[in-house]
Design a binder for this molecule. Structure first.
Ligand code: NOJ
Length: 446
């Protein structure tokens, strides 16, 4: 038998990028539900606010896109802020749309393929006042906004993400109370997930009406959940329950047009076959144990593997095998796969290089096995406002000083550059942590 090649290869034309989201980077967003939430004491860690964020609305996107292009990236995923484009139900802001047009042109001029997300966690205040995604009419409102955006930008954008992580939006906002509106109800959580699927489906059709050749999907967050004790039927049962409600509910509905509530199924034919690609956001794997006394949390407790390497502020464990499991799950939809997010918070950049290298190696392994993966977007290009965790978690390839707006390149940016430019990674990265990604980033020019 011949030895396997030393490198895992990525196809030419593979999208290598980073991902960002409007509220997290733009700054001065005053008209959405997060701007209101940030004013309430105790909602955001350390009382942080998005504030000026990375000042993209002030024009600093230019220098950051320069950074992305200069370090070998060829794509970028950003999001449009609904509350800017439609500040009131009967008002459209042509300047805001033009601002986005300039940004997208800025990407294209620098050789970065744009992928545009239409809803990334934030809602206009007027929409929240109407009940947000619990209002049956919201999918229609969303569709009207999406038509407006696709009509204005469709000549420049071919890759669209309708909704980012509908499961996270719903669970954090309506089950765990961490995102606005701070509700804790399983029934309402699933109602919101269903509303977002309806919105996604309406947006999918609206974009295809205007732009038949567009490629439209969602960014699906897959949280790999394993039974803590694989020999325990109850652990296996909870792991399956959590995984099917959290991971499967939205993308399956967007595949076969069926909403699977624990209390019964609802058909939604409009949602059937409404993904042209499977967008995958993956961060970590957790283990799940049955807990009879915790009905409120669906009879389970979750934790990281005891010997896993954990990111500096505990956001994720470095579980590259979980990423392979996520890609295998993604492949089961029979669609091209785009990795719409993957990354870790690490201000000191000691954990990230291994995480990045080992995860990209798993993507290479999957490609070698024939998985139809078309792109990888690292979260994120630079440090940005991390929702309820404020500025305490730093996900950027570039560090941001929020006082001075100064950017400082982390070593992981060099590592990622080498990967993007060479379209390959050493196979030995599949074997674990015994390598030096820093040396790899600098030991030879590609
Ligand atoms: C997923 C979300 O889409 C993004 O907004 C967030 O910053 C990252 N995960 C990290 O938590």
């Amino acid at each position: 038998m011949s030895a396997k090649p030393e490198y895992l290869e990525f196809p030419r034309g593979f999208l290598w990028g980073t991902a960002t989201a409007s509220h997290q980077v733009e700054g001065s967003n005053a008209n959405n539900n997060w701007a209101v939430w940030e004013q309430e004491p105790g909602r955001i860690l350390s009382g942080h606010k998005a504030g000026l964020a990375c000042d993209w609305w002030g024009g600093r996107w230019r220098e950051d896109f320069d950074r992305a292009a200069a370090t070998g990236q060829n794509a970028h995923r950003l999001s449009i802020e609904w509350s800017r484009v439609q500040p009131a139900p009967d008002r459209w802001d042509a300047d805001a749309l033009d601002h986005y047009r300039q940004m997208i042109l800025g990407l294209i001029e620098r050789g970065l393929t744009p992928m545009v997300t239409l809803h990334h966690f934030t809602d206009p205040i007027w929409l929240s006042e109407l009940g947000g995604w619990e209002n049956d009419r919201t999918p229609d409102y969303f569709q009207i906004y999406v038509r407006k955006v696709a009509g204005a930008l469709g000549d420049l954008v071919n890759l669209w993400c309708t909704v980012n992580e509908p499961n996270v939006y719903a669970v954090y906002g309506y089950l765990e109370g961490l995102f606005p509106p701070g509700v804790k109800s399983l029934r309402r959580t699933l109602g919101v997930m269903a509303g977002l699927v309806r919105g996604h489906a309406a947006a999918y059709h609206a974009i295809h009406d205007l732009q038949p050749a567009a490629r439209v999907g969602m960014a699906n967050h897959y949280h790999d959940v394993q039974a803590a004790n694989p020999n325990s039927p109850l652990d296996r049962w909870t792991a399956r329950l959590i995984s099917s409600l959290f991971n499967d509910f939205c993308p399956r509905a967007a595949q076969d047009g069926v909403l699977r509530f624990p209390w019964g199924r609802v058909r939604l034919p409009l949602a059937q076959n409404t993904q042209d690609f499977l967008g995958l956001n993956y961060y970590t794997r957790e283990y799940c144990a049955f807990e009879p006394l915790r009905p409120g949390s669906l009879f389970h407790r979750r934790f990281f593997r005891a010997d896993a390497s954990i990111s500096p502020t505990g956001f994720c464990a470095n579980e590259p095998e979980g990423f392979y499991a996520a890609l295998t799950w993604a492949r089961s939809f029979g669609l091209p796969i785009i990795i719409t997010e993957n990354g870790a918070e690490d201000a000191a950049d000691q954990f990230r290089p291994h995480y990045l290298a080992q995860h990209i190696a798993q993507a290479g392994r999957a490609i070698e096995a024939g998985y139809p993966i078309e792109g990888y977007f690292h979260w994120s290009l630079l440090d940005n406002f991390e929702w309820e965790r404020g500025w305490t978690q730093r996900f950027g390839l570039w560090e941001l000083d929020i006082e001075t707006q100064e950017r400082c390149k982390r070593s992981s940016a060099d590592l990622y550059e080498r990967i993007c430019r060479s379209h390959q990674v050493p196979r030995r990265w599949l074997d674990g942590g015994d390598f030096s990604p820093f040396e790899y980033a600098t030991d030879r020019q590609v």
